[in-house]
Write a protein that binds this ligand. Structure first.
Ligand code: MG
Length: 240
């Protein structure tokens, strides 16, 4: 291949490469999806047809699958069989069209990275609740930067970049870090988490934290739907 760069340019700070280095490896090729569909290197976790990548409380995931979506059925949370650490996640969710309840009782579900870090799913359209519990919040810790919720019954998107916490032995080196786009609007920007999320409790890290975990979807008793769920596990070289 012809040399497309330079070999007489200055060294980049903190990198092993020169400016415009002709010998620097090209980025890997990924074919993007269309209409928010999965790119070529994604793990498709739900394509609208079945729950084969998921398990539930008593074995097989028992949520309803219909017309290209899954719906919580008051049968308990579901989680992926596969485990993930650092990742990029896309999913779409829909609150019930018929509004019932208020605050935390309206369209409540949740997206748990590693099964531990909840990005709240809630019908937050004209529905006041405690700020660290609205849609797009890191539950019980960090409110969404803005409320970008669509109306009940409309499909909404989350695009999440999750970096798992790092430990050196028993010492926390870097906390979990989350970036969240809600309907394409920035909801969390490289936000450090205080630890695995909880209800009415302060989060903290413990050194027995797993290196990977499942993606979990919460069944909070509301008929929340999900569709088009895909995950790109991120090698460290993609974000460091
Ligand atoms: Mg929830």
């Amino acid at each position: 291949m012809a040399n497309v760069g330079y070999d007489d340019t200055p060294q980049l700070p903190n990198q092993e490469w020169l400016v415009h280095d002709g010998s620097r490896p090209e980025p890997r090729v990924v074919t993007p999806g269309t209409d928010a569909g999965a790119p070529s290197d994604a793990v498709v976790l739900f394509d609208g047809t079945d729950l084969s990548k998921w398990k539930g409380r008593d074995g097989a995931a028992a949520w309803k699958v219909e017309d290209g979506y899954m719906e919580a059925t008051r049968s308990g949370d579901i989680e992926t069989v596969e485990q993930f650490g650092d990742c990029q996640l896309h999913l779409e969710f829909r609150s019930p069209e018929v509004v019932k309840g208020d605050s935390q009782g309206r369209g409540n579900s949740g997206v748990f990275l590693m099964g531990l870090y909840e990005i709240q799913v809630l019908d937050s359209y004209d529905n006041p609740t405690y700020a660290d519990g609205g849609a797009g919040s890191i539950y019980g810790q960090h409110p969404t930067l803005v409320n970008a919720s669509r109306k009940p019954g409309e499909w909404q998107t989350y695009d999440i970049i999750f970096i798992a916490p790092r430990f050196d032995g028993d010492t926390l080196v870097s906390p979990a870090c989350l970036t969240v786009l809600h309907n394409g609007v920035l909801a969390q920007h490289a936000q450090a988490s205080d630890g695995p999320t909880g209800h009415r409790s302060v989060s903290s890290y413990s050194s027995d934290h797993p290196a990977a975990g499942p993606l979990k979807l919460q069944d909070h008793g509301d008929l929340v739907r999900f569709r088009n769920i895909w995950m790109r596990p991120l090698p460290a070289s993609d974000h460091t």
